[in-house]
Design a protein around this ligand. Sequence first.
Ligand SMILES: [Zn+2]
Length: 343
Amino acid sequence: MISLIHNFDDIDFDRPGKHHYQVAFHLDGTWGYSVVPLTVINGKRGPNANGVICFGGTHGNEYEGQVGVKRLCTDLDPEQMAGRVVLMPQLSESACVANSRTSPLDGVNMNRAFPGNPRGTISSRIAHFVKTRVFPQGRVVIDIHSGGMEGAFPHCTSFHPIPDPKQKAEIATVSRLFDTGIVMIYSSAMASGLLTDEAEGEGKITIGSEFGGGASTDRLGVRHAFDGTKNVLRHYGLLDGKIEKIRPAGSAPTRLIKADKLDSYIPAPRNGVWEPVIEPGQGVEQGQLLGRLHDFSDHSSPALEILAPRGGYISMLHLGARPVKGQTLFVIAENVDWSEVIG
Ligand SMILES: [Zn+2]
């Protein structure tokens, strides 16, 4: 059974067991609602100080999080659990329905709408609901993304540079529980208003992620979302059992990389048709060819060769064939020793 919620006070975040809600946010320009799915689970094995909150569909055309979190809504059994889990599989519900990055209702990117505004447009009101009603329910926040139509990423979890060493070390430890090949520290300066910015700022153990791309549903990406989150529940004792490997046996240890400065985010120098010649996540050397930009206004013209400005790891490549001058064409990250963040 699903309860339709008009008054946020009617969501009982303390009620034992598993309860499904649809939270109605009124539309901005006509009568009706965006009904945002929310599931609250309070395990029957007692309290746990580390409540876990997990979001999918912050961007509507990224499906690994939507599918992984929905499966957690159906599969997690409160009889086998301690503590509280809050799950929102389609945070920007209107964007998810529209298969788009931003909400078609107000044109807003949910992951730039934080901390939100109770009198703003619909995305801003949903962000404010998350900030004021959902974040207080947990200490661990997981926001599951994939590249959408923007970028091709290697499967990775991510976090921003964190000033507090204790918070940073715990985030780094949790980031490895998803068993991705790469964990990335990314720049806070590339964008503002992120869900993860807000949670990190509150001191929460906050994990971002990129588990696929191209508005598809990546098989291994869904496993990183679903089994990775279950690993987090096991790590904190909300679920019993050992941490499970997700990648195939024999996979390389998880590599930590950082692209924490803006000069790692390289824009396209001109419009063109993009021909990448490397894979996302690949290590490259300074001067190595990364791809070519083709100008079809003169098919006899040589392509503009795009070279690596320095050695490192390609943590994101432009996905579409038609980058526009100024759009991020690739991100080049550097290797970091885990001892720098975990100690
Ligand atoms: Zn995203």
